[in-house]
Design a protein around this ligand. Structure first.
Ligand SMILES: C[S@@+](CC[C@H](N)C(=O)[O-])C[C@H]1O[C@@H](n2cnc3c(N)ncnc32)[C@H](O)[C@@H]1O
Length: 297
């Protein structure tokens, strides 16, 4: 008879041997998932026995993780901005770094909705470009709704991938935001939408030749969610070029970038947005993470 403690030890060793840098944590999360419980319960009862079906489920998850599949895909779940998002191979797993994009979007939205300088009346027009699993749009909307701003938001979430949009819609439903977020398949921004006051975007920004050198876990994610073309800035550059016609006069755009792309993104902004103001926000690790662009003055 195997106990939880023994299963954890054996699983940790197996994942260490397979090269996981977070073997113990992975084993805890996978065992909890196999037992349909949480990590705390697993840690609290190391002497509890495992049944044959639980052993089989755990073994199968360890095999998937040993082959490099991300824990989030195996569990079908990823925490982002304090919310649990369903995740699978249809879309990129939301990264903690992207929470900065949500923070900045929320601050800007609140400033616009409470300030005197906003030109538009009616709901604030917001777009999450390349929504993937819907993390940015849903976290943004759920948070602002909790603060009482639900009725004054018009949120659009776009993606080129119909599969990603299906997952994003499921996440919006789970979090009770499906009535406030519209999902549309589009290349960046649909042509028939009026200008946006707030643009949030986490588009692919890994240079093509670096995609194959990413950790093996990334090979389970859609390539189109990572591959930003030869210099990594293909989609971002095209989005910046759209801003003069698609961003409202007093609007702001926040675009996630790679930590080493500041100089190239600033060059792009100078070229596509002459006379605008552009600044870069750092993430919690002190790395450049989000570029903000808006018209000067
Ligand atoms: C890096 S992933 C980010 C997903 C999500 N925003 C997040 O932060 O978790 C980029 C997403 O942009 C989408 N995408 C790539 N090119 C696009 C384009 N031209 N127009 C719309 N979406 C695009 C991909 O399908 C993918 O879902």
């Amino acid at each position: 008879m195997t106990t939880l403690g023994e299963a954890l030890r054996a699983g940790t060793e197996r994942l260490l041997a397979a090269g996981s840098e977070t073997a113990r944590l992975d084993a805890e999360l996978l065992l909890a998932h196999a037992l349909e419980t949480d990590r705390t319960a697993v840690l609290a009862h190391p002497e509890a026995p495992l049944g044959p079906a639980q052993v089989a489920a755990y073994e199968s998850e360890l095999a998937r993780r040993s082959a490099g599949e991300p824990v989030a895909y195996i569990r079908g779940l990823k925490e982002f901005y304090g919310l649990a998002f369903g995740v699978d191979a249809r879309a990129l797993i939301p990264r903690p770094d992207t929470e900065l994009l949500v923070d900045l979007g929320i601050s800007r939205a609140v400033a616009a909705l409470t300030g005197m300088w906003r030109r538009a009346s009616g709901p604030l027009r917001v777009v999450d470009v390349g929504t993937g699993a819907g993390a940015v749009a849903v976290a943004f909307t759920v948070t602002l709704r909790r603060r009482g701003y639900g009725r004054v938001l018009d949120v659009l979430a776009t993606d080129a991938s119909a599969e990603a949009l299906a997952l994003a819609t499921e996440n919006a439903v789970v979090h009770g935001a499906a009535d406030l977020v519209r999902f549309r398949q589009a290349d960046l921004l649909p042509a028939d939408e009026p200008p946006f006051e707030l643009v949030l975007a986490n588009l692919p920004y890994v240079p093509s030749e670096e995609v194959d050198r990413l950790p093996v876990a990334a090979s389970f994610e859609p390539r189109a969610a990572l591959d930003g073309g030869p210099d990594g800035l293909g989609a971002i550059g095209r989005l910046l070029a759209l801003l003069p016609s698609r961003l409202a006069e007093d609007g702001s755009a926040f675009v996630e970038i790679g930590a080493h792309q500041v100089a190239s993104v600033e060059r792009l902004a100078d070229e596509m947005l002459p006379g605008w103001g552009a600044s870069v926000h750092l993430d919690l690790g002190g790395e450049p993470r989000v570029m903000e662009a808006r018209r000067a003055g």
